[in-house]
Design a binder for this molecule. Structure first.
Ligand SMILES: [Zn+2]
Length: 92
């Protein structure tokens, strides 16, 4: 159980596991920040491939609402504002 060769292999595996854990934690942070942005009417976007990439800033936008949790991220990502979000902002 405690042979040096196995220990080394274990270290490598543990480092890989720790890295994966860190990446998952970072992703979870981005997703929750993206969801918070949507709820609060701040800029958010999706990481999924879009024909015309845009960002949203309305919680009541249909396309915005359709963004899956795993794909939602906070910020504009250098994209133009979604037409529906713009229209929603204009009415009211
Ligand atoms: Zn929108």
């Amino acid at each position: 159980m405690r042979s040096p060769a196995v220990g080394k292999k274990k270290d490598k595996k543990a480092a890989k596991k720790a890295k994966a854990k860190k990446e998952i934690a970072l992703l979870a942070t981005l997703i929750s920040a993206g969801r918070a942005a949507r709820e609060n009417g701040q800029a958010y976007h999706t990481t999924s491939v879009e024909i015309r990439p845009r960002f949203h800033n309305r919680p009541d936008c249909h396309d915005g609402k359709d963004i899956e949790d795993k794909n939602i991220r906070p910020g504009e990502a250098g994209r133009p504002l979604c037409e529906e979000c713009r229209a929603l902002a204009g009415t009211r």
